[in-house]
Design a protein around this ligand. Structure first.
Ligand SMILES: *[C@@H]1O[C@H](CO)[C@@H](O)[C@H](O)[C@H]1NC(C)=O
Ligand SMILES: *[C@@H]1O[C@H](CO)[C@@H](O)[C@H](O)[C@H]1NC(C)=O
Ligand SMILES: *[C@@H]1O[C@H](CO)[C@@H](O)[C@H](O)[C@H]1NC(C)=O
Ligand SMILES: *[C@@H]1O[C@H](CO)[C@@H](O)[C@H](O)[C@H]1NC(C)=O
Ligand SMILES: *[C@@H]1O[C@H](CO)[C@@H](O)[C@H](O)[C@H]1NC(C)=O
Ligand SMILES: *[C@@H]1O[C@H](CO)[C@@H](O)[C@H](O)[C@H]1NC(C)=O
Ligand SMILES: *[C@@H]1O[C@H](CO)[C@@H](O)[C@H](O)[C@H]1NC(C)=O
Length: 499
């Protein structure tokens, strides 16, 4: 009654084809694109349980370091229907391998802010010169090192709402471009791939428009090219569901103002909570309609967890259990109604928008905006060249579990009994890096660690494709494992595995 070796091989091959790892997202003109060159639309939420004040430098955990918490939230995020989260603050010293691997398993990318609210760990908006120093860049470069090894890292935010009033606009823009330059130079020297770097802007007009022109513009001068934003996020609360329509929300103005961008734009925060619970009518009436997707490549709802400002989709209790708010249910229903897959195509990619840096033009949008392109020099050129010294370089690892131990309750406070994540991506490192496929042994499995099929030379058309070697250890583990994922694969193939 043991399945034939051939059956297992068929199942294995199917497994590696079905569960391809997430491949890095890149940029083509005004859109993020996936590995096939098709537009990647951000369907996401902002994720910082505990809020920004929940972070301390000496803490033994951050929001992406606890495997159990990440399994719990991965279940909820996957059921919600997102493909991206944004996280504002993490420690460069903690291990994020389990959480990043879990996010990959459920098909989720991360956009990460490099800064923190602690002193010396961000650019001071009104006095940027005092904060742009070697200590600051050590944190920033250390964050890059800690996350550069995860293929599901979508990008870094160099700054969030640094420019938010006349004073900050008069001094800080050249510093933000300088930080972007430093991060991009650091990535070029110390990472194996290009990782997009951008800025997240407050929706304060006309500063947000001037900032967009200032950060996206290009030049023949190499030092200015490299300081350019790869993408631009807008934190916009203009549409309050329950009150607004496309016409009353100001989205029409955004669509016109930001047309013809040379870089991807998206809502790095949205979801006004004036009327609660939120019904998220902006999902299918605004953010994901065809005309808007020509301008904004999706967005991130603020925010996953309930904090003091009442923007949560779920409530996290002190015992670690989570209860959905009605906002979660409403957003899930709105996501389920999205139709962009029916019309999204490569025709949305526009590569013609590149504009030459012109301070006069930018100052004509907002006279108080400092559009100087004479950037401060990097205060830590030696460290930029030699590395931050952070040896905590993340990588994907096999999952030990697909099941959180925390309790999860629906919006009616009924406990959800099946809270297992559905694995949609394996942990195969893309091309040139170690290739490991994990098969998630169940509790009953004799295998203590996931199987690894190594054949680094087997890179075919898809960089994620893997070839199973006929390792007898692997076969033995499979025979012994009543693996739900494998059973699902076999089920799809119409194969009955008798274990
Ligand atoms: C980059 O590639 C090199 C050589 O293939 C490898 O040794 C290194 O671990 C990779 N670094 C990351 C961060 O993946
Ligand atoms: C623009 O910003 C730079 C850097 O902060 C500063 O040196 C310069 O004086 C500012 N220009 C104006 C006109 O304020
Ligand atoms: C965007 O480009 C189109 C086509 O070139 C042009 O008609 C339109 O005026 C442009 N819009 C803006 C705001 O520049
Ligand atoms: C989803 O679409 C259906 C059919 O158009 C509609 O009846 C329903 O109200 C929509 N729900 C949401 C949450 O948008
Ligand atoms: C810069 O912008 C100003 C104002 O829009 C315009 O008059 C000028 O021609 C532009 N300069 C260049 C070199 O395009
Ligand atoms: C699996 O367990 C080992 C040993 O406890 C741990 O080092 C590793 O980080 C765990 N992996 C994941 C993905 O949680
Ligand atoms: C690894 O892949 C190469 C290229 O496809 C192939 O020639 C070789 O036989 C494979 N090795 C194993 C152990 O499967």
């Amino acid at each position: 009654m043991v399945p034939s070796f051939l059956t297992l091989l068929v199942a294995l091959c199917a497994l590696s084809r079905l569960a391809t790892a997430l491949l890095p997202i890149t940029i083509d003109g005004n859109m993020f694109v996936d590995s096939t060159g098709n537009p990647f639309v951000i369907v996401g939420v902002d994720y910082q349980p505990g809020g920004s004040s929940g972070y301390s430098n000496s803490a033994s955990s951050d929001v992406l370091s606890d495997e159990e918490v990440c399994l719990r939230d991965a279940y909820l995020l996957q059921k919600l229907g997102v493909n991206t989260i944004r996280t504002y603050t993490v420690s460069p010293w903690l291990n994020h391998d389990a959480c990043m691997s879990i996010l990959n398993a459920v098909g989720i990318y991360l956009i990460l802010d490099v800064n923190s609210p602690l002193g010396g760990e961000s650019i001071q908006r009104d006095d940027p010169a005092s904060s742009y120093n070697e200590g600051y860049l050590k944190r920033v470069f250390s964050i890059v090192d800690a996350f550069k090894g995860y293929p599901n890292l979508l990008g870094f935010f160099a700054g969030n709402e640094v420019i938010n009033d006349a004073t900050s606009a008069s001094v800080s823009p050249p510093y933000i471009r300088a930080v972007q330059r430093d991060i991009k130079n650091y990535i070029a020297l110390h990472a194996n791939r290009t990782i997009p770097v951008g800025y997240s802007a407050a929706d304060v007009n006309p500063l947000s428009e001037a900032g967009w022109e200032y950060f996206q513009c290009d030049s023949d001068e190499q030092s200015l090219q490299v300081s350019r934003s790869d993408f631009y996020g807008l934190n916009s609360y203009q549409w309050c569901s329950g009150r607004d329509t496309f016409q009353t929300s100001g989205y029409g103005g955004l669509e016109t103002t930001f047309a013809n961008s040379s870089i991807p734009l998206f809502f790095s925060e949205f979801g006004c909570n004036l009327i609660q619970p939120r019904t998220f009518t902006e999902i299918n009436g605004g953010v994901y309609i065809e005309s808007m997707l020509h301008v904004f490549d999706g967005g991130l709802v603020y925010e996953y967890s309930e904090e003091d400002n009442n923007y949560g989709l779920v409530k996290v209790a002190s015992d670690g259990s989570v209860t959905m708010k009605q906002d979660y249910v409403n957003l899930q229903a709105a996501y389920a109604n999205m139709t962009y897959n029916s019309f999204m195509s490569k025709s949305f990619i526009d590569v013609g928008g590149s504009s030459t840096c012109n301070a006069t033009y930018i100052e004509s949008i907002d006279a108080g905006f400092n559009a100087s392109f004479s950037l401060p020099p990097c205060p830590a050129q030696d460290m930029l060249n030699s590395g931050s010294g952070n040896n905590n370089i993340g990588k994907w690892i096999p999952l030990n579990s697909t099941q959180t131990t925390y309790k999860i309750y629906d919006a009616n406070s009924q406990e959800i009994t099946d809270t297992e994540i559905t694995v949609v991506s394996d942990q195969t490192q893309p091309e040139g890096q170690s290739m490991t496929v994990s098969v998630f042994p169940s509790e009953t499995s004799p295998a203590t660690s996931a199987m690894a099929f190594s054949n680094t030379s087997a890179t075919t058309t898809s960089s994620a494709s893997t070839r199973a070697t006929s390792s007898s250890a692997a076969t033995a583990a499979l025979v012994g494992a009543a693996n739900p994922f494998l059973l699902a694969v076999a089920g799809l193939l119409g194969i009955t595995l008798v274990l």
